[in-house]
Design a protein around this ligand. Structure first.
Ligand code: ARG
Ligand code: ZN
Length: 885
């Protein structure tokens, strides 16, 4: 457990590797009760360093060393030093070969890192530092090697044997075993290594690249899931084509494989030529996966495929550079999804997620820059900051450079660094060199943590016909960073006249107006921009498309927000105006609740939403997004001190009032859309997602009225629909309703029907875990005893415990501290089973500073209890100790 790795690693200590590994030849003998790994490493002194020969220290954990040779000479214990994380020996020549044999135990590996078993198959997860649990190695991304891998296993149980690259030989052995050899022609770091052995079926397809090469595409799944693969295959082909068209990137091997596994810590992994996926990110068909699940599969397939260039061909020098590949690849997959579906809706979803979750991370004890400069356990840095904020940083570069220069920059980056392990600085340099734009100050986004605040005020001079926007930026202190320097903040904006039209924009000093939506770069702590030829007081539309990940404030009144909701030419900002209006209204209700007053809903919100519902010309997905009130987690994030009960009560009160006041238009839109759903076969496309999203949010409002015709409609939808999107919504609506009998029946029928489908059962757990009816914790405890639940499967942990702590805020934050105690208990158990999952699960407790003093004390006490609970993994130790610091 926590030994050498609990010390802090610093970026400033980076040193190039002393030795390189030109070739890696691996042989795996897979057995039921152990696995033997033989590694032959063809090594040499790093020629960039001096000619002397320092000691060679290989990484290795939980390995039983059976044999070690240096250039064919058997080494004895006197020739090397062995600790629980390293093997050190002394080379005698500049070039040499190391042979090692180790025994490992994938069959009892519950951490799901390195080689492990999942539902009877062998698979690997090596990023970030899992390869050291497979064999002794230089397990760092700047050591790149050419891999050849042979695996052998019992043929009947493991008919499929896969690794990276191309298959080059195979055969059978006596005793019912067989073997296969794979060769990967591309140099790669160990974190991109993968192997799979199992009883799998595959769907095969083909893609012809831009330069007319045929690539075989295979998606491997357990036999019973073979009917749920087509959507992922379609998504893969779309991704391959998109990367050619938008980035000029072609696939480079003759075969590309995806394997779905049931036990996986994250979403998926981009191993060269052999992506390994959480089955939740591959399997999708109408009857068992929601629209959201279909979109997630499309996005994750794209993400991992895009890594072949942004990650594999050009990789990271060290793990501090993680966002180099993750931020860039998230930006790429977000743009892909925007092109495949509705661009505005995708942006709304991403921004809502970022502002709720990444902003909370940036304001908490684990806040870190996009390029961190220190960590204890790198697994803790696969964060919203590295991924989502990293993607926002790339989006800002794209905004500042424009599409054409950005593409030139990415071409230059790939050309300059193909086959290399590089840094975020190298990426930015390529963007600068290709565009001629200096990004020196911009790079503060990589080094300063925290969410910048941007306060905006206006001055209008009717006589001079000038309109001035005054910007003031600041950034709160974060751990280890008390003072921040100004960021470069691209602010896209427009100015609306009294009829809601965009005015032509001409800044003081410019010869003529250019455009009606422009990007201003705010680079100073305080800065003003004056527009000329402005005859009447305009209304500004600021930060269009959320052009920077900041907290912008402008003193809009509610009537102005209603005006923007209707007239802003930027779809994102129409939604944003609605959110700001809702926030103002909800914060007023929260105040009323806290003062013990009667709650009174501002009727302007009712009017605004009625206008939307009655306008049939609007994009239905947009209407659905605009009907969704800001979530409790977002209201928590923007509170100074979060009052859990007031937030919940205020929001529920508003929903109830809206449901009653808007019953007629909601009912009409619901029925029209349900009618269409009834008469249309399921299609996983944007227009259909849109129809169902409006239908489903309408139903969830309607049920708040408790009217019998809504119950009847919900039951009809539940029973008669042909897809999981409608069925799960109907179930969730029943679960949150007062109709106890129908709720019980539906839950039981659902579980009976889907008991053999683990991913659907995850949804069944989540719907119940998220129900804010009283006694939530008791229900979760009962569900933990359900035969389909196990702490060993990360999807189950997330679906039940994660959903309870993350989505059921009133129950999790019960004033008696029972929710906190429960979560800490689970973290303590998981710490021993699966440290990565344990450390992620405890995130809600780390936010204790957000709450009132009683809850703070209860949450801290649980963190302290975890700290004192015994030997902690580095993962849990880092998060708990930083949270208490
Ligand atoms: N590189 C993967 C992705 O984002 C993430 C895998 C990281 N896994 C882990 N256990 N840290 O596509
Ligand atoms: Zn990734």
């Amino acid at each position: 457990m926590r030994t050498e790795q609990s010390k802090t690693i610093y970026l400033k200590d980076y040193q190039a590797p002393d030795y390189l590994i030109d070739e890696t030849h691996l042989t795996f003998e897979l057995f039921e009760d152990h696995t033997l790994v033989h590694a032959q490493l063809v090594m040499r002194r790093n020629p960039a360093l001096s000619a002397d020969l320092p000691a060679l220290t290989l990484d290795g954990q939980q390995l039983e060393l059976l044999e070690l040779k240096l250039d064919d000479r058997e080494l004895t214990a006197a020739d090397y030093t062995l600790t629980d994380s390293h093997l050190t020996l002394q080379p005698t020549q500049a070039s040499f070969v190391i042979d090692s044999s180790v025994r490992i135990h994938p069959e009892s590996n519950t951490a799901l890192e390195g080689l492990y078993k999942s539902s009877g198959m062998f698979c690997t997860q090596c990023e970030a530092e899992g390869f050291r649990k497979i064999t002794y190695y230089l397990d760092r991304p700047d050591v790149m090697s050419k891999f050849t891998t042979t695996l052998s296993a019992e043929q009947h149980s493991y008919p499929v044997l896969l690794s990276n690259g191309n298959p080059i030989a195979s055969g059978s052995e006596e005793g019912g075993r067989h073997w296969a050899t794979w060769e990967d022609p591309f140099m790669k770091p160990a974190y991109l290594f993968a192997l799979v052995a199992g009883d799998l079926w595959c769907v095969e397809d083909k893609f012809t690249t831009l330069s007319s090469r045929d690539v075989t595409l295979r998606i491997y799944v357990e036999p019973e899931n073979i009917d749920k693969v087509q959507h992922a295959m379609d998504s893969l082909k779309k991704s391959m084509k998109w990367d050619e068209e938008v980035y000029g990137r072609e696939y480079d091997l003759d075969i590309f494989m995806i394997v779905a596994v049931n036990d996986f810590n994250m979403g998926a992994m981009e191993n060269k030529g052999l992506n390994i996926f959480n089955s939740s990110c591959v399997l999708a068909r109408a009857e068992t996966a929601t629209d959201a699940a279909h979109q997630r599969v499309e996005a994750v397939v794209a993400h991992e495929y895009f890594h072949n260039w942004s990650g594999n061909r050009v990789t990271c020098r060290d793990w501090f550079q993680l966002s180099l590949k993750e931020g860039f690849t998230v930006f790429r997959d977000a743009e892909f999804s925007a092109d495949m579906n509705s661009r505005t809706v995708k942006r709304i979803e991403d921004v809502a997620y970022l502002r709720t979750h990444q902003f909370a991370e940036d304001a908490g004890p684990m806040a870190h820059p996009v390029r961190p400069d220190a960590y204890m356990e790198i697994s803790n840095f696969y964060t919203l900051t590295i991924y989502e904020k990293g993607s926002e940083v790339l989006r800002m570069i794209h905004t500042l450079l424009g599409n054409e220069a950005f593409r030139k920059g990415s071409d230059l980056y790939f050309e300059r660094h193909d086959g290399q392990a590089v840094t975020c600085d190298d990426f930015v340099k390529a963007m600068e060199d290709a565009s001629g734009i200096d990004l020196t100050q911009f790079k503060r986004w990589y080094t300063q943590a925290g969410t910048p605040r941007l306060a905006v005020s206006e001055t209008f001079d009717a006589v001079a016909k000038t309109y001035t926007l005054n910007f003031t930026q600041s950034c709160p202190a974060t751990p280890g960073q008390s003072d921040k320097l100004p960021f470069v903040i691209p602010v896209e904006l427009g100015l609306l006249d009294a009829r809601g039209n965009d005015l032509p924009l001409r800044l003081q000093g410019e010869a003529a107006a250019s455009g009606t939506s422009r990007v201003l770069s705010v680079t100073e702590a305080q800065q003003s921009f004056t527009f000329v030829d402005i005859a009447e007081q305009p209304l500004p539309s600021l930060l269009r498309g959320f052009s920077a990940p900041v907290k912008l404030s402008f003193p809009y009144d509610r009537d102005q927000l209603m005006f923007l909701m209707q007239h802003d030419s930027d779809g994102f900002n129409r939604w944003e105006a609605g959110q700001q209006l809702s926030v103002q209204v909800l914060q007023e209700l929260i105040g009323q609740h806290q003062r013990g007053e009667q709650l009174v809903l501002d009727q302007r919100l009712v009017t605004a939403l009625r206008t939307l519902l009655q306008d049939e010309s609007l994009d239905q997905a947009m209407v659905a997004e605009m009907l969704s009130l800001p979530g409790e987690a977002y209201l928590t994030e923007i509170s100074e001190v979060a009052d859990v009960d007031a937030i919940h009560n205020a929001r529920e009160f508003a929903r109830q009032q809206l449901a009653e006041a808007l019953f007629e238009p909601l009912w009409q839109r619901y029925q029209a859309n349900r009618e269409l759903s009834r008469n249309t076969a399921y299609v996983a496309e944007a227009e259909h997602f849109a129809r169902r999203s409006l239908q489903n949010i309408a139903l969830s409002y309607l049920m708040l009225t408790g009217k019998p015709q809504v119950l009847a409609a919900t039951l009809e939808q539940y029973e008669a629909c042909d897809n999981m999107t409608e069925r799960l919504t109907a179930l969730a609506v029943l679960v949150g309703s007062k109709f106890e009998v129908e709720r019980g029946k539906a839950l039981e029928a659902f579980a009976e029907h889907f008991k053999d489908n683990a991913l659907v059962m995850d949804q069944w757990f989540s719907v119940q875990a998220a129900s804010t009816l009283p006694d939530g914790l008791a229900r979760v405890r009962v569900l933990m005893e359900h035969p389909a639940f196990t702490l060993k499967n990360p999807n189950k942990v997330r679906a039940l415990i994660g959903a309870f702590a993350g989505q059921n805020l009133v129950n999790f934050h019960a004033a008696d501290g029972s929710g906190y105690r429960f979560l800490a208990d689970q973290v303590i158990v998981l710490n021993a089973l699966n440290p990565q999952i344990a450390s992620r699960l405890l995130a809600p407790l780390t936010r204790w500073r957000k709450y009132g003093s009683e809850r703070q004390a209860l949450m801290k006490a649980e963190l302290e209890r975890i700290l004192a609970s015994g030997e902690l993994s580095a993962d849990v130790y880092e998060v708990v100790s930083k949270s208490l610091a």
